[in-house]
Design a binder for this molecule. Structure first.
Ligand code: ZN
Length: 58
């Protein structure tokens, strides 16, 4: 048994490379939680900057 980094595809239950963003078996796309956090951060930044601009304009 090799100690390589594998993850199980939730769609076809096959062990694939942990770095794969798309399953090579069934083309299932993995959604990374990091990306969600990034988009939330970007959204918050846009809201804050927009609020500051509105305050700046008066
Ligand atoms: Zn799959």
């Amino acid at each position: 048994m090799e100690a390589v980094n594998k993850k199980e595809c939730p769609s076809c239950a096959m062990d694939i490379d942990v770095d794969s963003e798309v399953c090579p078996i069934c083309s299932y796309e993995f959604s990374e939680p990091v990306n969600v956090t990034r988009w939330v951060a970007v959204g918050l930044l846009v809201v804050i900057v927009g609020y500051l601009i509105l305050q700046w304009i008066g």
